[in-house]
Design a protein around this ligand. Structure first.
Ligand SMILES: NC(=O)c1ccc[n+]([C@@H]2O[C@H](COP(=O)([O-])OP(=O)(O)OC[C@H]3O[C@@H](n4cnc5c(N)ncnc54)[C@H](OP(=O)(O)O)[C@@H]3O)[C@@H](O)[C@H]2O)c1
Length: 290
């Protein structure tokens, strides 16, 4: 039985990881305010992390999902975002290096500037546009520096899942109260469900090697296309969904215009891709009506 620590266990992705633990593993979840078993732990506090490993280990691997994920808020609180996204990753990587165990660190498409014209590969150059992207990239680099032989970075994007706040849920909520919605149609990425991503992260832990992987559902969409598909698959009729540009819907943090990820390396590792995004969305909505 392999005992694995999952951070961010109360979050959208971490909570799904805990529901999809492989048969030969045992997962211990931890989060800032609560923990499934390990109690609330601030991962940026080295002493607290040492104690976590001492009291609830030994662990044979870590999947690190905890993060400061409020992308717009990070613009005004970059130091707070840096503390979680970079410092906590450094602290965890140091402890994992000492224990000689693999660390799977979940990162983001926001490390890219979005000027690409084909899906981003793992070794394409990074140039984040936002504070969130900069702090996540700092976390990637800190973990790789502390634990070069054990850090497996998995960049993903546009997540939604059964728990937590996400775009399909927001669109569905708005459609209940408005006859017309306006949604950005000039940003392109791959909507990805935690239902598909969670088993891929377990596979990276069990089968992967140090380095970077990209993990997202197949195909790509704009936010406008995702909104339309969400309402179509949920059976919501009679709500107009109008396209608009990013410039018409300004937000504090700049987002990449194009951040589709090339996931071929992960597909080679697993012998399969994640589901195409429309199939994954339909399947999600069937079992988790909004
Ligand atoms: N959501 C997306 O679309 C998306 C896209 C690409 C990559 N990612 C990455 O995927 C991972 C999981 O994202 P998610 O959407 O599941 O995030 P989430 O729902 O916001 O969960 C993150 C969890 O981390 C916890 N946390 C924050 N600071 C912490 C600290 N100092 N110590 C311990 N725990 C702390 C949070 O606790 P509190 O809630 O109490 O603060 C929260 O429960 C993150 O690394 C994120 O950067 C997400």
């Amino acid at each position: 039985m392999r005992r694995v620590l999952v951070s961010g266990a109360a979050g959208m992705l971490g909570s799904e990881l805990l529901l999809q633990v492989p048969r030969d593993c045992e997962a211990v979840g931890t989060d800032l305010a609560s923990g499934v078993r390990a109690g609330g732990v601030d991962l940026a506090d080295p002493a607290a992390v040492e104690r976590l490993f001492r009291e609830h280990g030994p662990f044979e691997g870590v999947i690190h999902c905890a993060a400061f994920t409020a992308v717009d808020l990070a613009e005004e609180r970059e130091a707070d975002a840096l503390r979680v996204n970079a410092e906590a990753s450094r602290v965890l990587a140091r402890v994992c290096a000492r224990a000689a165990i693999p660390l799977v660190l979940v990162s983001t498409d926001f490390v890219f500037d979005g000027h690409g014209t084909r899906p981003y590969r793992e070794d394409d150059s990074v140039a984040p546009l936002s504070a969130y992207g900069r702090t996540k990239l700092a976390g990637e680099r800190a973990a790789q520096a502390e634990h070069p032989r054990g850090t497996r970075i998995v960049r993903t994007q546009w997540l939604y899942g059964p728990r937590g706040k996400h775009f399909p849920g927001t669109i569905h909520g708005l459609a209940k109260t408005r006859p017309e919605l306006t949604v950005v149609s000039d940003q392109r990425g791959s909507p990805t469900t935690t239902l598909e991503l969670a088993p891929a992260l377990w596979d990276v832990l069990m089968l992967g090697e140090a380095g970077v992987y990209h993990a997202a559902c197949e195909g790509s969409a704009t936010w406008h296309e995702l909104a339309c598909a969400t309402l179509e698959f949920s059976g919501v009729r009679g709500v107009k969904v109008l396209p608009c540009s990013t410039a018409e819907f300004p937000r504090p943090a700049r987002r990449p215009a194009y951040s589709v990820l090339d996931c071929a390396k992960l597909a080679r590792l697993r012998g399969k891709t994640l589901l195409p995004w429309r199939d994954a969305l339909a399947r999600f909505l069937e079992s988790n009506p909004l």
